[in-house]
Design a protein around this ligand. Structure first.
Ligand code: NCD
Length: 306
């Protein structure tokens, strides 16, 4: 039985198959409409979510299955002190697969060790968010036609943004990917990503503060929200929250084919006036998230559709 804790749990070849499957689902949704008849996904969300939880539930429903779960720790037995290991043992009796989001780094991994069903990490604290990365890879590959030979700018909260950590880990496996890390000093990428992932891989990267300088050289701009819930101090958050605002003026500095991605939710970091720019791909990205989660459910449940 396989779980998904990190994007590295799949080899590059396996990822290629998964993304191909997601594109086939996009083209032929009816072929997959009964692939998971009678199956259930449990979504155990101890932290707020709109997209990720609903996208897992929609993915399973699109495959003919059903969804159950909870959307906050308060409404689960966690509020009575139950451990994630006990919760997953119980949920293993109710569902065939589970997606778990938790504020503590490593909680889905702990759950997977006690689980009788595949567990998907749907975001663990400031650590990883592998299914957002699968979404990002599918979006880039579908809209750019490749995952290698790209210059990607990651902008905003690179310290606490788990989507950024997972995406960098995934992209260093492709040749000639250049990274421009755009953040204020206080929100720069954690040391372990800089040293053990970027430097260790030998990929070219630079760390800058000004978005304007980076824009002209990017194929993809990945904007992120300042992660309010991970700050210890409200004043620091208020000081940082509007550090970057991508607007129409700044978009003039970017190339005609630069994709703008964002895992969402957006706060102020992308002005709504950018939404109508053909380079804005963050709502398409949400749709790709459903296809890739459908592909992931089929893969982890080992369901083959001919
Ligand atoms: C992201 C997350 O939860 O890390 N959201 C998402 O799942 N699409 C990004 C964020 O909350 O800023």
């Amino acid at each position: 039985m396989r779980h998904l804790m990190s994007p590295l749990d799949f080899s590059v070849e396996e990822l290629e198959h998964l993304l191909d499957l997601a594109n086939d689902i996009e083209q032929n949704p009816e072929k997959y409409a009964h692939a998971c008849d009678g199956k259930k996904i449990a979504t155990l969300f101890y932290e707020p979510s709109t997209r990720t939880r609903l996208s897992f539930e929609a993915a399973m429903m699109n495959l003919g299955g059903k969804a159950l779960g909870f959307s906050s720790a308060d409404s689960s037995s966690a509020s009575k002190g139950e451990s994630v290991s006990d919760t997953i043992r119980v949920v293993s009796c109710f569902a065939d697969i589970c997606a778990m989001r938790h504020p503590k780094e490593g909680a889905p991994l702990v759950a997977s060790l006690a689980s009788k069903i595949p567990v998907i990490n749907a975001g663990d604290g400031g650590h990883q968010h592998p299914t957002q990365t699968l979404t990002d890879l599918l979006t880039i590959r579908s809209l750019k036609g490749r995952l290698d030979n790209i210059t990607i700018g990651l902008c905003g909260d690179l310290k606490f943004g788990r989507t950024v950590h997972s995406l960098i880990e995934a992209l260093v496996r492709y040749p000639n990917v250049k990274f421009v890390l755009i953040s204020p000093e206080e929100l720069c990428i954690p040391d372990y990503i800089r040293e053990d992932v970027l430097k260790a891989s030998g990929h070219e990267f630079e760390e800058v503060t000004r978005l304007e300088d980076a824009l002209p050289k990017l194929d993809v701009l990945y904007m992120t929200r300042v992660q309010k819930e991970r700050f210890f101090n409200e004043d620091d958050y208020v000081r940082m929250k509007d550090f970057y605002i991508l607007d129409k003026e700044k978009m003039k500095l970017a190339g005609p084919d630069m994709l703008v991605l964002h895992p969402l939710p957006r706060v102020n970091e992308i002005s709504t006036e950018v939404d109508s720019d053909p380079r804005a791909a963050y709502f398409k990205q949400v749709q790709y998230g459903v296809y890739v989660r459908m592909a992931l459910i089929l893969t982890l449940l080992e369901v083959k559709v001919c």
